[in-house]
Design a protein around this ligand. Sequence first.
Ligand code: FNR
Length: 388
Amino acid sequence: MPSFGDFQSEIYLGGLQGVTPELPVSMAELERRAQGAMAPEAWDYVAGGAGLEDTVHANRDAFRRWRIVPRHLRGVAERELGVDVLGTRIPAPVLLAPIGVQGIVHPDAEVAVARAASSLGVPIVLSTLSSKTMEEVAEACGDGPRWYQLYWPNEPDVTKSFLSRAEAAAYGAVVVTLDTNLLAWRPRDLQRAFLPFLRAEGIANYTSDPAFRAGLDRPPEEEVMGAVLRWVQVYPHPQATWDGLALIRDHTRLPVLLKGVLHPDDARKAMEAGVDGLIVSNHGGRQVDGAIATLDALPGVVDAVGSAVPVLLDSGIRTGADAVKALALGARAVLLGRPYIWGLGVAGEDGVRHVLRCFLADLDLTMALSGLRSPAGIDRSLLTPIPG
Ligand code: FNR
């Protein structure tokens, strides 16, 4: 049976014909190439975090503080990485994190990402703040699995409309992001006075939405600033409460996940609110600088919910070993973030596919070499904390 790890043989065999990979295999090199390929303000927007970017670094440090203790002679020739998450069958415990406004990185934006991910069966989670509409992206996915990430607008009619469009476009779950009801203090973007949405980038789901358009004097095609100003009114939602979640629950048949949960008590609240899954995330260190690293938060959240609902994790995932560590600490799957945007910046759809193939091969081989045939076989006994 073919496995994701076969990409390794493909590369080495290519070497016999004098072919070496055109795109970087190393994440560090990929990141460097992406910086060179992107406009400076787009690079800073993607790379940057809140404040001193301490949490951006803390996310990576947390992975370094755990070590895998590989096991041997366990017959790992046949491996099955596939998992079910809330009715979505995925070929490996990996999804693409919602990342907004990809049009500043590449003109094909989320359509390129959708095509690349779908060609491998990997689900995308499409941001509300996408450069392409959710319908365009759904079409690019074809039969590929997709979830929709909701930035919960402060106008119920727009919220309901987004939810019904996502359902109509066959998204398989709704991910409600809790940590970005306001934008954080982000020095890199502030220094450039660069907020793409004010330049009408990343608001396609709003300008195409009947409930949003109903509040405009003139259509966005005629007067875009009116739409931008309405977006400024509708987007922030600091008044959101746990009770308010009922609106979302009542207006979709799709499973609902909450993204951004870091405290065990919030995980318990989410259970009381009847949500179907959680994503432990600090938004890649872009919201609360000084926030707990996600890998540090994961065990507490997993212990709080038990096996009631799947818990996923993002923020800092860069290698197969990172995914294995998150799975060992109780995550059902991980979401890959910035790295696929680097691929998009360097080579569009091909770049995203390349990043995913590298990541999946690395994950497959790391699992095999650790003595694991499937994600179900991973538990905390695989890890040891490094002393001190
Ligand atoms: C994000 N993230 C994000 N999350 C979300 O729910 N909706 C969104 O629109 C965005 N937009 C966005 C833009 C950019 C440029 C970045 C880098 C991130 C957060 C994202 O889903 C994920 O939590 C982080 O990317 C994880 O951190 P790493 O692994 O990318 O460092």
